[in-house]
Write a protein that binds this ligand. Structure first.
Ligand code: 8YV
Length: 325
């Protein structure tokens, strides 16, 4: 008899087909975002789940799922999963690192350039029919080339972003839990490790690529924004909660910083409505990894992890090896 699994959100049909060879699959192609109660009900009798960051696997939910053996998160970030609680219950947790590094780094640059050069703001203005003449001072932005890029969170995606800065003759500063090896620093356009404070006060463009946790909650708050240059750009493609959105709204409104590009928000998909009243922010709906081939690779990687976990093999991206030990 096949084990039963839940695919918690809509996914590529090919991946459902692939998983159906191994499991009795309950899919959710209507893409209902299940409440905690609905998740608990849907997961009764299931051995595994393929989920996205919209599903929260906390201790309260887990106690209701004694049969669950594997959580395969289709994301590199796994702040939606209580890893310690899963480990305590013997549940194998996996994520999808690496396959999204380059696509996400591309998007970091997309957001940075759109923000610094006021792309969406000027397009909205054009679409609204305001363009009647050329002016020397319409939509003056900040240069990217020759400027200083500050990256907070210098993991695989941060390093891929830094490598791309070579073509723009930029200087790269970074801050991270640990510093890179000298070889890694060279590959990351000779990135230089500095304190968070030095990075914020020296960088022309700040990019946030760090994982979210209780420790990184509000890494960028009022005090940090106050350190930044009034001409600076801030890009967040990591997670909502890393930035205090209210403090950022204040900083954007008072022009304490020039502009921000945001792919993630506190409480998304809801976000603070005041962002919509500001011209100096570019807003995108959590799409940094959204290229056709990368999302397909992420879905398949999550499937690989789930198949391995439920066939008593080690999932390629196991986050809690203690469970196997
Ligand atoms: C996911 C992401 O698409 O990988 C991550 O951590 O933020 C995105 O690439 C999203 O979280 C859906 O799970």
């Amino acid at each position: 008899m096949k084990l039963a699994i839940l695919i918690a959100r809509a996914i590529f049909p090919d991946v459902i087909e692939r998983l159906s060879v191994y499991f009795d699959v309950e899919a959710n192609q209507q893409d209902i975002v299940f409440s905690q109660q609905e998740l608990a009900e849907k997961l009764q009798g299931k051995s595994g789940v393929l989920c996205t960051s919209s599903a929260r696997f906390d201790a309260t939910l887990l106690t209701r799922l004694p049969m669950l053996k594997a959580v395969a998160n289709m994301a590199v970030g796994y702040d939606n999963v209580d890893l310690a609680a899963c480990t305590a219950q013997g549940i194998l947790v996996s994520n999808t690192p690496d396959v999204l590094n380059e696509t996400t780094a591309d998007f970091g640059w997309t957001l940075l350039m759109a923000t610094a050069r006021r792309v969406t703001e000027s397009e909205h203005w054009l679409r609204a029919g305001h363009w009647d003449k050329w002016r020397y001072d319409y939509f003056l932005g900040a240069d990217i080339h020759g400027s200083t890029l500050g990256i907070i969170g210098m993991g695989r995606i941060g390093q891929a972003i830094a490598r791309r800065s070579m073509g723009f003759d930029m200087q790269v500063l970074y801050h991270n839990r640990t510093s890179l090896t000298p070889e890694q620093e060279v590959r990351a356009n000779n990135a230089r490790y500095v304190s968070k404070e030095a990075l914020l006060s020296e960088a022309d463009h700040v990019m946030l690529v760090l994982p979210y946790s209780a420790t990184t909650h509000h890494t960028i708050d009022k005090a940090e924004l106050a350190l930044m240059k009034p001409t600076a750009t801030l890009v967040n493609l990591a997670r909502g909660g890393i930035v205090n959105d209210l403090a950022l709204i204040d900083a954007l409104r008072s022009k304490a910083i020039a502009a921000a590009g945001l792919d993630v928000f506190e409480n998304e998909p809801k976000f603070h409505p005041d962002f919509l009243t500001l011209n100096n922010v570019v807003l995108t709906p959590h799409i940094a990894s959204a290229s056709e081939s990368t999302r397909f690779a992420m879905a398949n990687r999550a499937a690989d992890n789930l198949i391995a976990a439920l066939q008593n093999q080690r999932p390629p991206n196991l986050l809690n090896p203690e469970v196997v030990a």
